[in-house]
Design a protein around this ligand. Structure first.
Ligand SMILES: [Ca+2]
Ligand SMILES: [Ca+2]
Length: 254
């Protein structure tokens, strides 16, 4: 959640059971961007390690403020394997090294090369399309379509195993300020891997396994066309492992 000047952006960890913990300082975000007024924000993986990175688009609402200028630099932070965020704004490209009155921001793979790109709207300047220059070796793109659930199944989760880790994404609606990102989910995969299994949990309550999805392309996952995960012993083992490893950073141990 972004905030006004002299207020930190707020990161809340979902502990389950409708309990959220304020984790801004624990994840290294205290003080970063405190002078800016934040608008569009989101968590997306830009460097292809399957850990969601953070972007915050900044710009003041007052032309004359004694605290900070109207045009402001935005913020880009790398997720260090779920333990904290590192400010990598200076190496984020020309747009991040300049100041704007930025507002909305959304992500999507604009050139279908397996890397998420960023679209930003700002006051008094054209929309900016930031092309992600990171090299992506192997990947899969999954788009979920509900049948019993809504066609755009907001709240559904997709689990994929990659690099000896189970990676989970949740489909959300809206992103930051007046924006909506592409609903397709991109996962980075080990080089040479050709087929992937995905565990999908739908808003309807159905959980199913979709097997043999091909790498290096987008697959449409349709609710009701998967397998019962209880028939897959591999899935049962991975599901148990996933919950144990979900948060390497356990805030309850602080
Ligand atoms: Ca990342
Ligand atoms: Ca791309």
């Amino acid at each position: 959640m972004t905030n006004f000047q002299l207020e930190d952006n707020s990161l809340y960890l979902n502990l389950g059971g409708a309990i959220f913990q304020h984790a801004t300082a624990a994840f290294g975000l205290a003080g970063i961007g405190r002078r800016q007024v934040g608008f569009g924000t989101g968590l997306q993986d830009f460097d292809n390690d399957n850990w969601p990175d953070l972007f915050v688009m900044n710009g003041h609402v007052q032309y004359s403020s004694q605290m900070s200028p109207f045009l402001q630099p935005s913020l880009l932070c790398r997720n260090d394997a779920g333990s904290r965020f590192s400010d990598i704004t200076p190496v984020g490209g020309t747009w991040f090294r300049t100041s704007h009155a930025a507002r909305g921001a959304a992500t999507g793979d604009m050139d279908n090369n397996g890397t998420l790109d960023l679209v930003i709207s700002s006051l008094s300047e054209p929309v900016a399309l930031l092309h992600n220059r990171n090299a992506q070796v192997n990947w899969i793109c999954l788009k979920s379509v509900g049948t019993v659930s809504p066609r755009l199944p907001v709240g559904s989760t997709v689990d994929v195993s990659a690099f000896e880790r189970r990676c989970q994404r949740m489909l959300t609606s809206g992103a930051g300020y007046f924006s909506h990102s592409d609903s397709a989910m991109i996962f980075s995969l080990e080089p040479g891997r050709e087929l992937i299994d995905a565990m999908v949990r739908w808003p309807s309550g159905l959980a199913e396994l979709h097997r043999g999805l091909p790498a290096l392309k987008e697959s449409i996952i349709i609710e009701g066309r998967g397998q019962d995960p209880r028939q897959s012993p591999i899935c049962r083992v991975n599901a148990a492992k996933s919950s144990a490893e979900r948060f390497r950073h356990d805030p309850r141990k602080q």
